[in-house]
Design a protein around this ligand. Structure first.
Ligand code: LMR
Length: 334
């Protein structure tokens, strides 16, 4: 009797050990936007390819829409290893002490996606990602989102229309300075709180690419939206360094491959997703969409360009100029 139960016990222990040996490595990937956005779709794409390429040895759990953590908390959670991957906006690394990412927030520094890719897919982009290592973070890739529009409850045609307005921004000193440059009052607020902030009048307006505006229904609580394309918003996909470096080399290689594929996908869909979102915003009839004319665009650009020089001390003049060199930045180009 005793021998039989001992035998059963040993078999059960063996089964548990085998199950544990086969249990997949879980990657919690947290983000703050809706699933139906460039970042939401790309993280699902990464999940699919990561699980396929590792033959189920890795399971990726994607948590969209701030369901796990809000902006600031998610970075803390990553550093603590409570989540393993994130893709925060490039405008959110300043509080972590990696100010160089704020170079991407400089108004008008990129004319289009082609300009942007010269940086994100080249040596300058790679060198900025490497700055994360001292924070216990590994930078895996850049994922595109898009160019920002301003929205408010009063018409926006020139920079003067933003004067005195309380405008929600992401946690970036460059964005703070950009809003001051047009006479507005910047207010940092977590992404998950923007809809409510706009609805209750805590802030008068904001800036975002159309995919975010649409999926968070911000256009339903704003009366006017001006397609200013004055700045860029995109992402750095990052992982907890201890976790990433501790992965078996074969699995890490497969995950890197999944990330390469997800990055191609993200950057292929971003513009189209934002164009589609603008169309949906227009069709909703909830907000009046305005496309500034050439003179109005020039007025925005003239008002905001001084931000580049003002931010040299924070971001580094050499870094800003290395981007100018990559893109052939021309302050007079519209
Ligand atoms: C925002 O806070 O407006 C964006 O960074 C949200 C996002 O992740 O696109």
């Amino acid at each position: 009797m005793y021998l039989r139960s001992l035998l059963f016990g040993l078999i059960a222990m063996g089964a548990c050990a085998m199950a544990a040996a086969q249990a997949p490595i879980v990657i919690k990937f947290s983000h703050v936007v809706a699933a139906d956005t460039p970042k939401g779709k790309a993280s699902e794409y990464f999940k699919k390819r990561a699980e396929e390429l590792t033959h189920g040895k890795v399971r990726v759990e994607v948590y969209p829409n701030s369901t796990l953590y809000k902006d600031k908390e998610e970075l803390e959670a990553l550093q603590l290893g409570v989540v393993q991957m994130l893709a925060p906006s490039l405008a959110k690394f300043g509080p972590l002490g990696v100010k160089e990412f704020e170079v991407f927030d400089l108004p008008y520094i990129f004319d289009d996606y082609a300009d942007l890719h010269r940086v994100t897919q080249g040596p300058v982009g790679a060198s900025i990602l490497r700055k994360l290592e001292s924070k216990g973070i590994v930078g895996l890739a850049y994922w595109d989102n898009g160019f920002k529009s301003f929205s408010a409850n009063t018409p926006i045609r020139t920079p003067a229309d933003l004067r005195g307005k309380k405008l929600r921004i992401q946690s970036s000193k460059v964005l703070e300075e950009q809003i001051r440059a047009v006479g507005g009052m910047p207010l940092v607020m977590a992404f998950s709180e923007v809809y409510q902030g706009l609805k209750t009048g805590v802030v008068d307006g904001t800036e975002n690419p159309h995919s975010n505006t649409y999926t968070q229904k911000m256009h339903e609580v704003q009366k006017y939206l001006a397609v200013t394309n004055h700045g860029y918003l995109g992402y750095a996909v990052i992982a907890n360094k201890r976790f990433w470096d501790g992965l078996p080399a074969e699995l890490r290689g497969q995950l890197e491959q999944a990330m390469r594929e997800a990055t191609v996908y993200a950057n292929r869909i971003a513009k189209e997703e934002n164009d589609k979102a603008l169309e949906a915003i227009r069709k909703s009839g909830k907000v009046q969409v305005y496309i500034p004319n050439k003179d109005e665009r020039l007025a925005f650009k003239k008002a905001m360009l001084p931000v580049h020089q003002k931010m040299e001390a924070r971001i580094g003049s050499e870094l800003i100029h290395s981007i100018y060199r990559e893109t052939g930045f021309d302050p007079s180009r519209l």
